[in-house]
Write a protein that binds this ligand. Structure first.
Ligand SMILES: Cc1cc2nc3c(=O)[nH]c(=O)nc-3n(C[C@H](O)[C@H](O)[C@H](O)COP(=O)(O)O)c2cc1C
Length: 183
C-alpha cells in the first residue's frame, strides 16, 4: 500500500514559492506515495485557556499528523527563523492530548520529518537550522540529510516567477527519492 505523506507548507501566501516547490516534489514522487497537504488555516493560536478539551481544528490536526507515515515541511525563512504560524502548529503538536498526561507520546514524537525551503541568499538555512533544533527537542525523527535549500532567482523577486536551475531541480528530486525510500 502506498505510504501516506503529509506536506506542510510554511507559507500562507497564495502564490507561495515554497508551495510551488512542494508541488514539484509531489510531481516527482508521482504514485510512489500518497501526498496530501495540511490545511491549518483554522488552527487557533496556542492558548492554554482553550487547550483542554482540544479545539476541533487541533483534534483534526493531530489526527492528520498521526495518520501520516512521514511529513515534509517546505518553509520560507522569516527573519532568520521559521514563520510564527509554523511554531504555533508545532506548539499544539507538542502538548499532551489530555491534561497532565505526559506519559503518552505526542503525535510528533518519532514522526519522520524532512525539510526544504526556498528563500533569499541563505537558502532558508537559518530557518531549517532552527526548525531542526525544535523538531529534535520534540523528538521527531528528523531526516537531517539531504535538505533542499533554494536561493530564489531574481525573477522570483521582481516578477513572482520561480525558476529552478537544473542543479536545484536535481537536489529536490534526490531528496524526494530518499524521502520516499525512508518513510
Ligand atoms: C516577515 C518576513 C521576513 C522575511 N525574512 C527573510 C529572511 O530572513 N531570509 C530570507 O531568505 N527571506 C526572508 N523573507 C523573504 C521571503 O524569503 C520571501 O518573501 C519568500 O517569497 C517567502 O516564501 P513564500 O514565497 O513561500 O511565501 C522574509 C519575508 C517576510 C514576509
Amino acid at each position: 500500500m502506498a505510504k501516506k505523506v503529509l506536506f506542510i507548507v510554511g507559507s500562507l501566501r497564495k502564490d507561495s514559492f515554497n508551495r510551488q516547490l512542494a508541488k514539484m516534489a509531489e510531481a516527482h514522487i508521482g504514485n510512489r506515495a500518497e501526498v496530501t497537504y495540511l490545511d491549518y488555516q483554522d488552527v487557533p493560536w496556542m492558548n492554554q485557556d482553550i487547550e483542554f478539551p482540544a479545539p476541533e481544528a487541533v483534534i483534526r490536526l493531530r489526527q492528520t499528523v498521526a495518520a501520516a507515515d512521514g511529513i515534509w515541511i517546505f518553509t520560507p525563512e522569516y527573519n532568520f527563523s521559521y514563520p510564527g504560524h509554523l511554531k504555533n502548529l508545532l506548539d499544539w503538536l507538542s502538548r499532551p492530548l489530555k491534561a497532565g498526561d505526559y506519559a503518552t507520546p505526542t503525535v510528533i514524537n518519532g514522526k519522520k520529518v524532512a525539510l526544504s525551503g526556498a528563500g533569499g541568499k541563505m537558502a532558508t538555512g537559518k530557518s531549517r537550522e532552527k526548525l531542526s533544533e525544535l523538531l529534535t527537542f520534540l523528538q521527531a525523527d528528523l531526516m537531517t540529510e539531504p535538505q533542499t535549500g533554494i536561493v530564489l532567482n531574481v525573477e522570483a523577486w521582481t516578477e513572482g516567477r520561480m525558476i529552478l536551475t537544473d542543479e536545484q531541480k536535481q537536489a529536490l528530486e534526490q531528496q524526494a527519492d530518499k524521502f520516499v525510500e525512508w518513510v
